[in-house]
Design a protein around this ligand. Structure first.
Ligand SMILES: [Zn+2]
Length: 169
């Protein structure tokens, strides 16, 4: 009966992999999950962070109450001021972040996404460097899937407790 165990493991893994694919390619709406995608061509790139609003704001509806508006403003301000601390590149690369958009988007009745897009320009190519991630203050984000595409190198990982790092080599 020893063969049953690995077999179950395999089924478990493949259904997880399918969900993961679905999330990445069709933007499945899972509360507490987020995607962080970065694509760089040498020293220039774009970073996109997206999550169902529930995991970061605690609500997903159209008619915002006063408290919700305050919360949205404080989270938006945080992503405006501190995004380069949540995603930090090697100091020597001298990367500059430029905000393209921070949005609360109502998807359908009762569901909303929070999305953040930045352009980044660094003094040097990112190849060979390291990126540190820290979203730990948003503890309701249980799963943050990171994909980094730098020139021909692609790295993917899932942050643990909102933290992690990627080596671009
Ligand atoms: Zn939702």
């Amino acid at each position: 009966m020893k063969w049953i165990f690995p077999c179950i493991l395999l089924i478990g893994f493949s259904s997880f992999a399918n969900k993961h694919e679905e999330h990445r390619h069709h933007g499945a709406h899972v509360h507490g999950a987020a995607t962080l995608e970065m694509a760089f061509d040498k020293n220039r790139g774009t970073i996109e962070f997206e999550t169902p609003a529930m995991g970061i704001l605690g609500f997903e509806y159209k008619k915002l109450k006063e408290a919700d508006k305050k919360k949205l403003k404080s989270v938006t301000d945080d992503f405006e001021k501190n995004f380069s601390k949540m995603i930090s590149f090697d100091q020597s690369l001298q990367c500059q972040f430029e905000k393209r958009g921070i949005d609360y988007v109502l998807e359908s009745e009762g569901h909303a996404e929070f999305s953040v897009v930045y352009s980044v320009v660094c003094a040097k190519s990112l190849t060979g460097s390291q990126i540190q991630f820290d979203f730990s203050k948003y503890s309701d984000l249980k799963k943050i899937s990171v994909t980094a595409l730098v020139d021909s190198l692609q790295k993917s990982m899932e942050l643990k407790n909102g933290k992690g790092q990627i080596e671009l080599k």
